[in-house]
Design a protein around this ligand. Structure first.
Ligand SMILES: Cc1cc2nc3c(=O)[nH]c(=O)nc-3n(C[C@H](O)[C@H](O)[C@H](O)COP(=O)(O)OP(=O)(O)OC[C@H]3O[C@@H](n4cnc5c(N)ncnc54)[C@H](O)[C@@H]3O)c2cc1C
Length: 542
C-alpha cells in the first residue's frame, strides 16, 4: 500500500479539478490530484469539448449592440430549468452562476490567457418557452482543447507546483475514508501496477464528472416522461464518467439529486474511430435538412430543427415507436451547414488557424463532410430518392422506409420552397429565415435550399441516435461547494465541483440548459471550492 498526505486531495483531473488545483496553489495549499485516466488525457472532457461558454454582458455582446443583463439571463435560465419549489440549492447555484459568470469566469479566463471569438453564437433560443433572449455562447478561440491546455500548463508551471502539487494518473479512487470527525481522505488502486494506495487530507474534492459514460446507469435514471430508453444510446461522455463516486458519496450519507435530469443530444452518430464502447459524435444538425422518423415520415407537426430547444428534439424522437431518426439533405447543404460538436472535428478552430477557419466558414467544412461520408457507418448516399430509401433499409436491416413516404416528405417540403418566400407556410422555413437574420448563423445556413435539387446531388441520409452527454443532476452542495447530507448539513471535509456536483447544488440547470453553461460551471465551482478551503470567499452572499 502506497500512502500519501496533503492539505487537499482532488479526485478527477478534468477542467473542474484543474481549476480547483490552480486556485489552491494560489492560496498556498498542497494538492494531490488522482485521476483514473492516462496522463495524455489530463484535462478530461473539456479537452474534447467545443469550447462554447455562456456569459452575460461581455465586451463581445456589447460590441454587437446586445444589451444583456443578469436579470434577463436568469429569467431565461429559469424558463428552461423549470425548477421545482424545493430546488433550493440548484436555484441558488443557477443565480450565482448567472450573476458571477462574467466577472469570475470570463475575466479570470482572460487573465489565464484564453481568448474568445468576436461573434457570439445564438443557441437554445427557445421554442414554446423563451430560451436565450440574446446570443450568449462565447467560443474559446482554440476550442475546449485550448481552454483545458492553457489551464493545465498554468497549473504545471505554477511557481508552487514543484513543492505543492502531485499528480497521479491511472489511479482509480474507490473509497472515501471517514473517522468520527468527518472525511479524512480516500483510497484506491493504481491500475497500472495493481498496487493499492491511500491518501489523507484535510479536504477531499470530488471532481469526477457526470454519469453519462455509464450507459446502463443512464438507462436506469432515464427521465420517466420520455418513456422507455432508446434501444441504442451512444456514448458522448467520459469513459470514466461512471458514477462510482456519486455512489460512494451516498455511502457516506451525502445527497445525490436529479440524476434523471440529463442533457443528451438528438443527433448522435457512431464515431468512425471509437475509443470507447458505443462511442458517438454529436452532430450540429444542419438546419436545412429534413428531420424524419424511422419510417421516413417528417416528425411534426412542429418540424425538428436545431438552435431552438435541444430537449424538445430528444423528447420528440423518444415519442416515436423506434427511438432513432434520420436527417435527409443533399451534398450542397452538407458542405454549407454540416458540423460536429467538439475540438477534434473543428480542426482549424482547434489549431487557431485563422485562414483555415475563414475558409471553412465561407466554403463549408468539405474535409469533414467527405470524411464522414466515407468512414461513418450512419451515412448513406444516393442519386435518387428510391435508391436512398433502399440504402436506408439496408442500413437498418428493415423495410421501415417506403419510397412513397420518403418521396412525399421531401416533395412537400420542396414544393413549399418552389412557391417562393411570399407563400412559404412551413415552420422550418420560417425559422431558417429567422436564423439567417443573425450574422452568426447567416453564413452557415443555406437560403431555402430544396432537398431533391438536381444541381445539389447526391442525396444524403444520416441515421441519428440519442447520445448521452451531460449529467445535469449530481452531488448536492451549498454555495461553498460543501457536500450536504439529507438534512442539508455539510459533511465535514468533503466537497464536490463541476459535473459531479451537477455543476453546483446537485443540478443548477434544473431540467434544461441554455448551453455553454457546463464548462463555465466547472470553472466557477473549481474556483469557489479553493476559496472555501482557504477560508476565503470568492462570491458575496446573496
Ligand atoms: C464533445 C464535447 C463537446 C462539449 N462541448 C461543450 C461546450 O461547448 N460547452 C460546454 O459548456 N460544455 C461542453 N461539453 C461538456 C463539458 O466538456 C463537460 O461538462 C466538462 O468538461 C466536465 O468537466 P469535469 O471536470 O466536471 O469532469 P470530466 O471532464 O468528466 O473529468 C472527470 C475526471 O475524473 C476522472 N475520474 C472519474 N472517476 C474517477 C475515479 N473513481 N478515480 C479517479 N479518477 C476518476 C476521469 O478520468 C476524468 O478525468 C462538451 C463535452 C463533450 C464531450
Amino acid at each position: 500500500m502506497e500512502t500519501y498526505a496533503s492539505d487537499v486531495v482532488i479526485i478527477g483531473g478534468g477542467i473542474a479539478g484543474i481549476t480547483a488545483a490552480l486556485e489552491l496553489l494560489n492560496q498556498g495549499k498542497k494538492v494531490i490530484i488522482f485521476d483514473r485516466d492516462v496522463e495524455e488525457n489530463f484535462g478530461g472532457l473539456a479537452k474534447e469539448s467545443f469550447g462554447g461558454m455562456f456569459f452575460v454582458d461581455t465586451p463581445q455582446q456589447r460590441k454587437a449592440g446586445i444589451k444583456d443583463t443578469p436579470e434577463l439571463a436568469f429569467k431565461d435560465w429559469c424558463s428552461v430549468a423549470k425548477f421545482a419549489a424545493n430546488d433550493r440549492w440548484p436555484k441558488a447555484w443557477a443565480k450565482t452562476y448567472v450573476y458571477n459568470c462574467t466577472a469570475k469566469v470570463y475575466d479570470w479566463l482572460k487573465v489565464q490567457g484564453i481568448k474568445f471569438f468576436p461573434v457570439v453564437h445564438w443557441v437554445e433560443r427557445g421554442l414554446f418557452t423563451p430560451g436565450n433572449s440574446y446570443p450568449r455562447f462565447h467560443m474559446v478561440w482554440g476550442t475546449g482543447f485550448e481552454l483545458s491546455e492553457v489551464l493545465r500548463k498554468n497549473l504545471l508551471s505554477h511557481p508552487k507546483a514543484s513543492t505543492h502539487l502531485q499528480l497521479f494518473f491511472q489511479h482509480k479512487v474507490n473509497k472515501i475514508i471517514e473517522d468520527g470527525n468527518g472525511i479524512t481522505g480516500i483510497s484506491g488502486i493504481d491500475e497500472a501496477s495493481g498496487i493499492p494506495f491511500a491518501a489523507s487530507a484535510e479536504a477531499t474534492i470530488i471532481a469526477t464528472g457526470g454519469i453519462g459514460g455509464n450507459i446502463e446507469l443512464v438507462r436506469h435514471h432515464w427521465y420517466k416522461p420520455w418513456g422507455e430508453p432508446p434501444q441504442v444510446i451512444l456514448n458522448g461522455a467520459h469513459k470514466y464518467g461512471l458514477g462510482d463516486m456519486h455512489h460512494e458519496v451516498e455511502n457516506h450519507r451525502g445527497l445525490v439529486t436529479h440524476l434523471d435530469k440529463m442533457w443528451p443530444y438528438a443527433a448522435g452518430v457512431h464515431h468512425p474511430e471509437p475509443t470507447r464502447e458505443l462511442h458517438g459524435l454529436s452532430l450540429v444538425p444542419p438546419k436545412s435538412a429534413l428531420w424524419l422518423n424511422y419510417k421516413g415520415e417528417r416528425i411534426g407537426p412542429m418540424p425538428l430543427m436545431t438552435a431552438y430547444d435541444t430537449r424538445y428534439l430528444v423528447e420528440q424522437i423518444c415519442k416515436q415507436e423506434k427511438k432513432y431518426s434520420w436527417q435527409v439533405l443533399n451534398l450542397k447543404i452538407a458542405y454549407k451547414e454540416f458540423a460536429i460538436s467538439g475540438s477534434e472535428s473543428n480542426e482549424a478552430m482547434k489549431n487557431k488557424d485563422i485562414l483555415g477557419f475563414i475558409k471553412d466558414t465561407l466554403l463549408g467544412n468539405k474535409k469533414l463532410v467527405d470524411k464522414m461520408l466515407t468512414t461513418c457507418e450512419d451515412f448513406v448516399v444516393a442519386d435518387t430518392i428510391e435508391e436512398l430509401a433502399d440504402k436506408m433499409n439496408v442500413l437498418t436491416d428493415t423495410q421501415d422506409i417506403e419510397v412513397g413516404t420518403l418521396e412525399s416528405a421531401i416533395g412537400d417540403y420542396d414544393a413549399n420552397i418552389d412557391r417562393g418566400p411570399k407563400y412559404f407556410n412551413d415552420d422550418q422555413l420560417r425559422r431558417i429565415a429567422h436564423a439567417r437574420n443573425y450574422r452568426g448563423d447567416k453564413v452557415r445556413t443555406s437560403k431555402f435550399r430544396k432537398i431533391n435539387d438536381k444541381k445539389a446531388l447526391p442525396l444524403i441520409a444520416i441515421r441519428e441516435f440519442i447520445l448521452s452527454r451531460k449529467t445535469l443532476g449530481g452531488i448536492q452542495t451549498n454555495l461553498k461547494c460543501e457536500v450536504l447530507n439529507n438534512e442539508g448539513t455539510p459533511l465535514s471535509g468533503l466537497y464536490a465541483v463541476g459535473e459531479a456536483a451537477g455543476f453546483g447544488g446537485g443540478g443548477m440547470h434544473g431540467q434544461g440548459s441554455l448551453e455553454g453553461t457546463f464548462l463555465g460551471g466547472c470553472v466557477l465551482t473549481g474556483r469557489v471550492v479553493a476559496y472555501t478551503i482557504s477560508g476565503k470567499q470568492l462570491i458575496s452572499d446573496g
